[in-house]
Design a protein around this ligand. Structure first.
Ligand code: GLA
Length: 388
């Protein structure tokens, strides 16, 4: 728990609004394997991390306060909005998450009166660690506490996802919100995105460790391409008369190859079908404690995301190629939506520093700016911070 971050956000709330807030921590997430399969009803392997967003929130004490006030601490921006004006704003950024959550709560008849909120976090911007889900969950969890709405965690993640679909415009799956809300300390979650049931996995990496490397880039394409990929997957399921790609086999897909799908689209959909299987294989490898097999599956996923699904970029490919070239890294891949953010790497602890130093130097030489290694711990899901 980042006490300095919590104190900073609490203090900012007190200075701004002269009252004591409720505090919530909502984590970001990583994903070991199972990429771009959540919106295809597949299996994913995420975990909540110790980096996230702190939300300070309280009902307005003054009955004359007719509007809600929000402060985005890290952006040094404020926003005032009325509870009857809940439409997404053009280029609204973080404001649309807030508007979206409140609007979705009102849709299901939750009673909300004017409130004040301050939030800030320690997730590196654009790193693909799902600061969006952390923020959504932090807001909905905070509102649930303050207004005693009685929502379950599952209801809250549905609200978060709806807000992202309808007010932010990204047709995301449920993985990020689920991992951020249901994370368990030191564990990964094998999540079945169809049933929303998950199993906790503790992974014994023996002398290896998980290290993220942030490319420090986020290419523009990510949101529009994300929605396009999702639409393609859904169209192909429909063509085959199936509910989702989860229900489609490689053989069934092959039948569309020649007349109904271009080779590029065929490869994209094939990636998803293969990735769903790979995630099950990864769970099996973890059960058998075979981290070499697990590592290889990560390399395969990257290859598929890059060549078949076409959502990687030079920076991510460069980092994964460096990992493949090193005998001290047994698995690596790009993580998340694509076109930037982090790679996730399984690295021999005794050689991690040397590998990272060497990779940083080469990366800088090639791209002219730095990549940043990032160590993370696996954390529990969104929770109220007890200040007693
Ligand atoms: C983003 C989305 C998730 C998931 C990943 C890719 O993070 O928010 O729902 O689809 O991309 O696995």
């Amino acid at each position: 728990m980042d006490k300095a971050l919590i104190n900073k956000i609490e203090k900012s709330f007190q200075v701004e609004f002269g009252a004591k807030p409720r505090l919530v921590f909502s984590p970001g997430r990583i994903n070991l394997i199972g990429e771009h399969v959540d919106y295809n009803d597949g299996f994913v392997f995420p975990a909540a991390i110790d980096k996230g967003i702190v939300v300070a929130i309280q009902k307005a004490e003054d009955s004359d306060q007719k509007k809600c006030n929000a402060v985005a601490y890290d952006y040094e921006e404020t926003f005032e909005f009325g509870l009857s004006e809940l439409n997404p704003l053009k280029d609204g950024g973080w404001r649309n998450y807030l508007i979206g959550i409140v609007a979705e709560l009102k849709k299901i008849s939750c009673e909300i009166s004017p409130f004040n909120i301050v939030f800030g976090g320690n997730i590196p911007a654009g790193a693909g660690l799902s600061s969006s889900a952390a923020l959504e969950n932090g807001i909905v969890f905070g509102l649930n506490e303050v207004f005693e709405l009685g929502l379950s965690r599952k209801q809250m993640i549905q609200i978060s996802q709806n807000a992202e679909h309808l007010y932010v415009g990204v047709q995301c799956g449920i993985m990020d919100q689920y991992a951020s809300m249901f994370g368990k300390e030191n564990h990964f979650l094998l999540l079945d995105c169809r049933t929303l049931e998950s199993k906790n996995f503790r992974i014994d990496l023996s002398n290896y460790e998980l290290i993220l490397i942030n490319t420090n880039v986020q290419h523009k394409l990510s949101d529009s391409t994300y929605n396009k990929r999702r639409a393609l997957c859904e169209n192909v399921s429909k063509l085959l008369g199936k509910k989702a790609l989860r229900d489609v086999s490689e053989e069934e897909l092959k039948r569309l190859r020649d007349d109904k799908l271009t080779e590029e689209d065929y490869q994209k959909v094939l990636f998803v079908v293969e990735e769903i299987e790979r995630t099950k294989d990864a769970a099996e490898a973890i059960r058998k404690n075979d981290i070499k097999v697990l590592g290889n599956l990560l390399f395969e996923t990257h290859d598929g995301l890059s060549r078949q699904y076409a959502i990687s970029c030079d920076e991510l490919d460069f980092l994964v190629e460096s990992a493949i070239a090193s005998k001290h890294v047994i698995g690596a891949r790009m993580m998340g939506g694509g076109f930037g953010g982090c790679t996730i790497n399984i690295i021999d602890s005794d050689h991690a520093d040397g590998f990272l130093k060497d990779t940083k130097r080469k990366y800088h030489r090639k791209f002219g700016y730095d990549c940043s290694p990032l160590k993370i711990d696996l954390s529990k899901g969104t929770y109220a911070i007890d200040r007693q």
